[in-house]
Design a protein around this ligand. Structure first.
Ligand code: HEC
Ligand code: HEC
Ligand code: HEC
Ligand code: HEC
Ligand code: HEC
Length: 187
């Protein structure tokens, strides 16, 4: 490591540290429950979504693979929430029955109006951390290791705390041979 890069990264770490200290002092409080809704550590976080979408129904009952919808997971740096057109591959035909009709009706209306659904993000790493799905998925780390049993969730919640300790603990396991140097995860 050259001296310049070393000094640069130490400086960045300090900046990180101060930013982190400031942020942790003024993390927003969730009015109903006092749960932190800032950056990281939001274990259990499960925001309301514009349409109640059930992973349990789609994955367990109807046997749709994760990657049918999250189809960028192996290819790109980040995973993705499916576009409405992916939903419409089925919901052009499937209107649902009983209570199921309301959500599907919303989907169809949005599609007809050329709109998208504004899903609320559940997982949020701070900007100073870089995470890479591809690196993990291609090494055979299952979705459930990090996200829990999504296929049993009628409503998604954050399963892991996404802390640095959580990342490091797994990287440290000898069989993973995963890097531990700061710049792996921090710019
Ligand atoms: C039929 C499409 C579909 C399938 C199949 C599907 N998902 Fe999803 N997934 C979605 C949609 C839509 C959202 C956004 C709405 C929500 O969070 O409930 C989402 C959200 C998520 C999130 C939270 C994203 C965030 O905002 O941080 C995770 C994690 C996730 N899915 C993992 C999985 C895993 C793992 C599987 C397989 C076991 C899977 N999904 C299968 C459509 C799908
Ligand atoms: C491979 C086919 C398929 C795809 C793709 C698909 N669905 Fe579904 N979905 C179904 C089936 C089957 C049902 C059950 C319909 C019924 O009740 O008869 C369903 C039911 C639903 C329901 C009503 C039940 C509930 O969960 O409340 C909603 C809302 C829904 N889907 C949203 C979505 C969204 C949003 C997407 C895209 C992210 C999507 N679906 C993609 C097959 C699919
Ligand atoms: C090693 C842990 C790990 C594994 C394995 C993993 N994820 Fe994730 N996932 C994360 C983290 C961490 C985030 C938050 C990323 C961020 O905020 O930048 C995330 C975010 C997501 C999101 C939200 C969109 C995004 O990219 O931020 C979806 C969707 C998702 N994961 C789906 C999946 C699916 C599907 C699989 C399996 C094919 C999977 N993940 C495997 C840790 C993991
Ligand atoms: C359950 C175990 C596990 C967890 C949790 C985990 N990782 Fe990893 N990580 C791995 C494995 C395995 C690799 C692949 C190592 C290799 O390339 O051989 C990897 C690779 C990476 C790489 C790519 C390194 C490179 O040079 O290609 C980055 C970046 C990374 N992880 C960041 C993170 C971050 C950030 C978190 C936490 C938010 C995290 N990881 C959580 C197991 C894990
Ligand atoms: C495998 C990934 C990974 C590696 C390696 C890593 N970090 Fe982190 N780091 C994270 C994640 C994820 C966060 C955000 C969550 C948190 O604050 O715990 C974080 C947060 C931080 C913070 C902010 C702390 C706070 O209290 O908010 C500092 C400072 C930091 N890391 C410094 C370092 C240093 C120094 C190293 C090298 C010795 C390092 N990190 C290596 C993933 C990693």
């Amino acid at each position: 490591m050259s001296m310049r890069i070393f000094v640069g990264s130490v400086k960045n770490i300090f900046i990180l540290f101060f930013t982190a200290a400031i942020l942790s002092g003024c993390l927003f409080q969730n009015p109903d429950g006092g749960e932190r809704i800032g950056i990281g550590y939001n274990k259990g976080y499960s925001p309301e979504q514009p349409i109640a979408f059930s992973h349990e129904l789609h994955v367990s009952t109807h046997k749709i693979q994760c990657q049918y919808c999250h189809n960028q997971v192996e290819r790109s740096k980040s995973s993705n929430i499916p576009a409405l057109s992916t939903c419409m591959n089925c919901h052009q035909q499937i209107a649902g029955e009983g209570e199921d009709q309301a959500g599907i009706k919303k989907l169809r209306e949005a599609y007809a109006d050329n709109k998208s659904i504004e899903w609320v993000k559940v997982h949020m790493l701070p900007d100073h951390v870089q995470f890479n799905h591809q690196a993990h998925v291609t090494k055979g780390v299952s979705c459930q290791t990090c996200h829990g049993e999504i296929e049993k969730m009628a409503k998604v919640y954050q399963y892991s705390d996404l802390s640095m300790g959580w990342c490091i603990n797994c990287h440290r396991q000898p069989e993973n041979k995963a890097p531990l140097n700061c710049t792996t995860c921090h710019h």
